[in-house]
Design a protein around this ligand. Sequence first.
Ligand code: NAD
Length: 311
Amino acid sequence: MARYLVTGGCGFIGSHLVERLLADGHEVTVLDDLSSGKSENLPDAAALIYGDVADPLAVAEAMSGQDGCFHLAAIASVERSRDDWARTHQVNLGGTINVFDAARRADPPIPVVYASSAALYGDNPAVPLSESAEPRPLTAYCVDKLACEHYARVADRVHGVPVVGFRLFNVYGPRQSPISPYSGVISLFMSRISRGEPVTVFGDGELVRDFVYIGDVIQYLTAAMTQPLPGAQVFNVCTGTATSLKQLARLVGELMEKDTGLQSTPPAPERDIRVSVGDPRRLMAEFGFACDTSLRDGLRKTLKWYTASQP
Ligand SMILES: NC(=O)c1ccc[n+]([C@@H]2O[C@H](COP(=O)([O-])OP(=O)(O)OC[C@H]3O[C@@H](n4cnc5c(N)ncnc54)[C@H](O)[C@@H]3O)[C@@H](O)[C@H]2O)c1
């Protein structure tokens, strides 16, 4: 049994991770400011510290006595990073440096597993995107995620912190927020289709994404903590399967046994990059397993949650 700190543990990915860590018999503390997460996402067995990762003292206190830290807290919003640039930078990059800094002050340094993002590939057209593809971040959020990876190398090389990062593609599953830029579209599709309304797709509906089920993501996060790797490595977390928004809408409609009408709105160039599909080979080679939940199965589980959560 180990003691883990999960920053952002009240959010979508964090709350699933907390459940899994508790099920595995670990002790879990969560540091979260509840800005997008909800305390009701958290099982009773986890301790919640209400605090801000941009506050170095709050992070240092939360990190004290832990065996490892999963750092997921971020303002995961391109719009917020445009409208409130300075604050999102303080949280997304400053908060990450605070985590690395607190980790290195322990003796020995505390291992950190953190969430980077596939969004940092920006409009790089080299699909499928491997980890060696050139990052072309288009937004402040993405620049901060890329900088987190650079600082992870500093944490490793200069301060001896064992650290692993994951460039998450479009993670989806139960408890995802409809306003998430990654897979919120799935909840929105479910809500519109259930009301018999047409779903809105950006542009011609041919924006292509790599949807990865939350359960698969959690397996990598936990594996990276138990077998820390040298050199502040980063891995894509993706399936390598391309799904257009049109295909996604049709599949959701089919699972809901409803007709799907489509209407389109103009895409936002900095946000709605046309194709984002990852190459999972490095991930599979290192960890020995794949993101193998099919989109159909993952959507079925998500739909079950969606249906149960409707008033
Ligand atoms: N969901 C995806 O598909 C996806 C893809 C790529 C990267 N990511 C990254 O994964 C991580 C988790 O994303 P998510 O989808 O679960 O988002 P989320 O918004 O559901 O969770 C983020 C959590 O962080 C908390 N938080 C935000 N600012 C904070 C602060 N200043 N101090 C403490 N807590 C704070 C929020 O309240 C929330 O509980 C983020 O780092 C995000 O950038 C997610």
